[in-house]
Structure formats: C-alpha cells, structure tokens
Design a protein around this ligand. Structure first.
Ligand code: EPS
Length: 346
C-alpha cells in the first residue's frame, strides 16, 4: 500500500512530502521529478509567484545510489518566498476560499493562519510524489498525460487565451475543464468487491480533493445521462492474437470499478480561483462590518497546472493499484508477477 503525507505552508521554508510503500530497486532520476515540478509552474494566466519560484526537489531519505530502498522517501522543495513570519494579517475572507470556514473551525483571529496551508502551493508536494509514481509506472509502460478541454466555456487555443487575457484585464479569474489520460494499464486494477477498492472511486477521491476541483467524470461521464444503453456501452469482440477488443471506449477504461485494459479517460472541472483583484463583498471579521474580500497575490487561470496536478493524483492511485495487484516489496518481484499475469490473461 502506498501512503503519502505532505507538509508546508505557502510562504514557509519548504514544502515536504513523504511517500511510503515504493518498492525497493526502482531507479529514481531527479531530473524527471524536476521536469514535472516545472510543468506545474507553467501555463498562461499564472501569477507573479511562479516567476519567484524555481521548484526543485531534493530527496532526503529512501534512496541509495539513486535506487529506492523500500523505506519512506522524503522530498523537500524549498520556497524562495518564505516570508510567512513577516506577512500582514488578513481579516476579510475571500468567498470561495477556505478562509471563513477555516477561521471558524480552528478558532483563529487572522485568516493568514488558514490560507498559508489552504493555498494550492501544497500541490508542489503532490506533483513531487506523482513524479515518483510516474517513474514506477514507466516500468510497466503506463503513460499519463493531460490537456485542457476548455477555459471559461471557450475551447479553441486562441479563444481560451483570449478569455484568460480578458480575465486579466477585468481583474477577474477563470476556470475550465481538463482531461487526464493513462495508456498501457493492464486489465484488473481495482475491484468491485468493496466500495473502497473501486478504481473509479479511488481516482475520484484523489482528483476531487485537489484545490479548486468541483466535478469529476470517467469516460462519457454526464453524457451517459442522455443516451440509451444500446448507444453507449462498448461492445466486446475477440480477435486471434489480439484477445478481447472494443471499438469504442465510452467507459473510459473502467468497468465495475476495475480497469478493463482500455485507455483511462478522466475529466475534471476547476472553478475560477477565488482570489479576485477586484474583490467581491465580504465581512471584516474583527468588526462584522461589510468590506471587500482580501486581495492576495494570485493567479488568473491555473487549469493547465491543475491538469498536471491531476496527472500526479492519478499516478499515485494507479501505482498503488499496481502494487496491490502484483506485490509490493521489490521491483523485480513485482515485474515477475506482472509478467506471469499478462501471460495468463493473453
Ligand atoms: C501557488 C502559489 C500561491 C498562489 C496560488 C498557487 O502563491 P502566492 O499566494 O504567494 O501568490 O499563486 O495559490 C492559489 C491559487 C490559492 O488559491 O491559494 C502555487 O505554487 O501553485
């Protein structure tokens, strides 16, 4: 079983992640981890913080001669902006952010205490962990990618860019929809026998808990609601030498909570970021008088980055499912189990 914990405040010294459950004998190329961290920082519509940071991971445990030991891996990514002790207090919660609910829950008097950890800066850690999981998945030829499908209702590269430019000009923000795909998955990851074993449920949990994500779909998703069953279920064929085949993939690679060998296709919607440069109405929590919501340095659109974060979340779940199916101590053993399973089913 793979487990991870992350720690770190947006403007604290560093973001840290511990990943436990990676098998022994996996070669880790730190360059690949740093490439993923760089991808997370990119995209049109990101704010000034991304110019200040140059996210790079250091690995402090779980490795010897670049090979995993099977012990917990610790990743540390330093923040260039670690001004947490000097930052001003915040008193007007932003509608849409964790500010108000977090303040009331923990009994704080300064919203800063909430937003430092609620910030999507924590996704640096998720991407670091996801990068390690991708290195593991690569051993089984599983490849994960993402792309933006729409931004603010627009779906061509030009109109999406225009929408983001418009949001910048209006001091507003904009969300969108992205897709994550995984190629090369074997049949049989996850299970129908218990709700918490279902692969779709595990992916949903991982992706919907990324900051700002508001909906999650597998395959045809809400498209199922407007079709007859005969129009949408992927018919089954068999061909010598090729095995079982589908001509369509509306199921998005999962049937009955189990991977069915087709490409995994996931979609998620991200809301517009809740920090607005032209802020919405709020209340000053010291006086309970009306005031405009706090304005923090932020981004205008992060749908592209959210896709990279979702790839990472997906990589974690898929790596966990592979370890569950094929064993979990040493890479060599897992590969041998994987090979004999593929031989049996083909
Ligand atoms: C982010 C870092 C943050 C924000 C953003 C994501 O840095 P700062 O607050 O210093 O500008 O840019 O956070 C949010 C969108 C949010 O809602 O908290 C990052 O590293 O991705």
């Amino acid at each position: 079983m793979l487990r991870c914990l992350t720690a770190g405040e947006s403007h604290g010294r560093a973001i840290v992640a511990i990943l436990e459950g990676m098998p022994a004998g996996l070669k880790i190329d730190l360059l690949k981890v740093n490439q993923e961290l760089k991808r997370r920082q990119a995209g049109f519509g990101r704010g000034k913080r991304m110019q200040l940071e140059n996210d790079r991971a250091e690995i402090f445990s779980g490795l010897k001669n670049n090979l995993t030991l099977g012990s917990p891996l610790t990743l540390l990514i330093k923040n260039n902006d670690f001004s947490i002790e000097k930052l001003y207090k915040v008193f007007s919660p932003r509608p849409g952010h964790a500010d108000l609910a977090g303040l009331l829950k923990y009994g704080f008097t300064d919203i800063r205490e909430v937003l430092e950890r609620a910030s999507a800066r924590s996704t640096v850690a998720s991407v670091g962990i996801g990068a390690l999981c991708k290195i593991f998945l690569n051993e089984f030829n599983v490849r994960i990618s993402s792309r933006i499908l729409s931004v603010g209702g627009e779906n061509t590269p030009g109109s999406m860019r225009d929408k983001i430019s418009e949001a910048i000009r209006l001091k507003d923000t904009v969300g969108g929809i992205f897709e994550v795909r995984a190629k090369g998955l074997p049949v049989g990851l996850g299970s129908y026998v218990q709700a918490d074993k279902r692969l779709d449920g595990r992916l949903a949990q991982a992706i919907i808990s990324i900051p700002g994500i508001k909906s999650f779909e597998v395959g045809l998703g809400s498209g199922y609601a407007i079709s007859f069953g005969s129009e949408v279920h992927d018919e089954i064929y068999h061909a010598k030498g090729k095995g079982y085949l589908r001509k369509t993939n509306n199921a998005g690679g999962i049937e009955g909570g189990i991977s069915n060998g087709e490409e995994l296709v996931l979609r998620a919607c991200m809301k517009p970021i809740s920090t607005l440069m032209k802020p919405l109405d709020s209340v000053n929590i010291k006086t309970n008088k009306s005031s405009k919501a706090a304005v923090e340095r932020s981004d205008t659109c992060v749908v592209e980055a959210a896709g990279v974060v979702a790839e990472s979340a997906c990589a974690f779940v898929l790596a966990d499912a592979i370890l569950e199916k094929f064993g979990s101590d040493s890479l060599r053993e897992i590969k041998a189990n994987y090979k004999s399973y593929i031989k049996r089913i083909s």
